[in-house]
Design a protein around this ligand. Structure first.
Ligand code: GDP
Length: 196
């Protein structure tokens, strides 16, 4: 697939406003500031593709992109925002759980975590929901350029070990938008999911 031809489709306030549940889509999730926008921009070779999601007031929207081959990339709102009221958080968690459970076209979930602070509570929740929903997961440990090679590898190994206990279809790879680490691995995984 040529991810450079990806274009923005729409922003949805919740999963009920997503396009019809046909075809194939892959969702991206992560704590706010994990590097999700940067990863999407790196994947698609477009400097400002995911900028929409950074516009104030739009951070809680689901942003949808589509490749030239009509494969959908779903940018889920970043989680872990302190400012978001409890009530809104609860509602969002509920609809997110539903989305992962019910969305037939959802083929896989990419979860991004800062390599220096992986497996926070909300990340673990997300991974558990994905496993419950029998979804394949690719974990990207972002900003891998922030660690020296040895520390980076150790971190990848530890996250792999922690997640191997779940006995699920989960892969863990280092990723860096600045140094273009893991981009080919990400593309290969997306290609695999989109063609399954
Ligand atoms: P998002 O909130 O998950 O969409 O995160 P962003 O993509 O906006 O990135 C959050 C911050 O981390 C920004 O200041 C980015 O410049 C920085 N960042 C993102 N990716 C990388 C990376 O690969 N390496 C480094 N060093 N910084 C990064």
């Amino acid at each position: 697939l040529n991810y450079h031809m990806t274009r923005f489709i729409l922003s949805a306030p919740d999963i009920r406003h997503l396009p019809p549940d046909v075809g194939v889509e892959i969702a991206f999730a992560g704590r706010s500031n994990a590097g999700k926008s940067s990863a999407l921009n790196t994947l698609t070779g477009q400097k400002s593709l995911a900028r929409t999601s950074k516009t104030p007031g739009r951070t809680q929207l689901i942003n949808l992109f589509e490749t030239a081959e009509n494969c959908r990339l779903v940018d889920l709102p970043g989680y872990g925002y302190a400012e978001v009221p409890e009530e809104v958080k609860r509602k969002w968690q509920k609809s997110l759980g539903e989305y992962l459970q019910m969305r037939n076209s959802l083929r896989g979930l990419v979860i991004l975590m800062d390599i220096r602070h992986p497996l926070k509570e909300l990340d673990v929740n997300m991974i558990n929901w994905a496993v419950d929903a029998n979804l394949a997961v690719l974990v990207l440990l972002t900003k891998s350029d922030k660690l020296a090679s040895g520390a980076m590898k150790k971190q990848v190994r530890e996250v792999r070990e922690a997640l191997s206990e779940l006995n699920a279809d989960i892969e863990v790879e280092p990723f860096s938008s600045t140094k273009k680490v893991g981009v080919d691995k990400l593309k290969a995984k997306l290609n695999q999911w989109f063609s399954e």
